[in-house]
Design a protein around this ligand. Sequence first.
Ligand code: COS
Length: 389
Amino acid sequence: MVDFTLTDEQKDLRELAHNFAEKEIRPVAWDYDRDGTWPQEIIEKAWEVGLMNTHIPTEYGGPGLDYLAGCLIEEEMGWGCSGIGTSLMCNGLATAPIVIGGSEETKRKYLGMLAEEPKLASFCLTEPDAGSDVSGMRTTAVKMGDQYVINGSKCFITNGGYADFYTVYAKTDKEAGHKGISAFVVDRNLDGVTVDKKEDKLGQRASNTATISFNDVAIPAENMLGEENHGFKLAMMTLDRTRPGVAAMAVGIARAAFEFATDYSKERVQFGVPIAMHQAIQFMIADMATKIEAARLLVWQSGALLDQGKRNTLASSHAKRFSADTAMEVTTDAVQIYGGYGFIKEYPVEKLMRDAKIMQLYEGTSQIQRLVIAREVLMPRRAAEPAAA
Ligand code: COS
């Protein structure tokens, strides 16, 4: 049976997230965007009300919410401000490899740390010369006794300047391509860890994006996540789990732009009638509405598959690709509906258009999602599984 009705519990959670976005995020979102303000106070409040670290299992102090619930929250955060939302949700990306591959001790220490206090963690995969091509990374981790020594530099790291620890991917076998990558947890306060650069960005300006360098950073061998040289798959499994949430945030951006544009279209009078009376505008609004509905269904499907314990690689890329492109298209159309005013910072939609752009870039570009979709369609890894069907 297919039923898209949310349970009362899911509706309550969505309402909690929406109220938080409306009261705590929306009123400051445009100021934070203008000034690039770090949303520390909002992070602390979100942590307090239980809207962060949703996937940390209860045995490690988290709320242990399912992925669909996470998507409901992320849509509302994206509706409030996706820059602030990205800051709030980034712990999910950083901790997924720990949840999947961490030892019991590592889980207790690092997941517990985030559950106990409003602390942050970052996911360090991308490098200046290794973005989409993860296997091209140059960061190395060399085993020395009971330690690994890490050297390298990671860029575009969300929350990098404020994180207390990092999940870092490094080559443990330089000659083995994707089969030579391992994942580690690295504490921020270790000697040799430096935050080099905060990026000045087009959109999502309230989120922190930094370069993190590791210079002879020695970490205990037990901080390895999963097995040596199995880090690439851990990264891919992580992205399968986090792309639904990112896609949900894109739906939230699109919904915000859609609401602003429809309200404006009823107020703005041209040729003697509100522009909503013109079919040219009505058709744009109709297309925006359809895309948002379709994107949300893909998001829910990709989250629900995970909750059923099924592989969601294909569904997750469908959701991420379609939602990100929807956010870009809908926000661009919202600017169009506002006309010249849409291009001016005094009006709300230009921010949303700038924010939407990153959705087509981070956690796998729209081109990478198409690559994954094409591979899954043409050469399904496990064709028997519903997620790959
Ligand atoms: N789950 C589990 N295993 C996976 C997987 C997944 N979702 N995707 C790939 N794998 C496995 C494959 O099965 C293959 O395993 P074997 O070595 O046992 O055959 C291995 O990983 C390599 O897969 P593939 O050949 O598809 O790897 P490629 O190097 O060709 O690249 C892409 C795969 C391009 C899809 C990957 O590098 C990617 O997602 N890049 C984008 C990274 C990204 O999103 N960066 C954003 C920054 S992170 S916020």
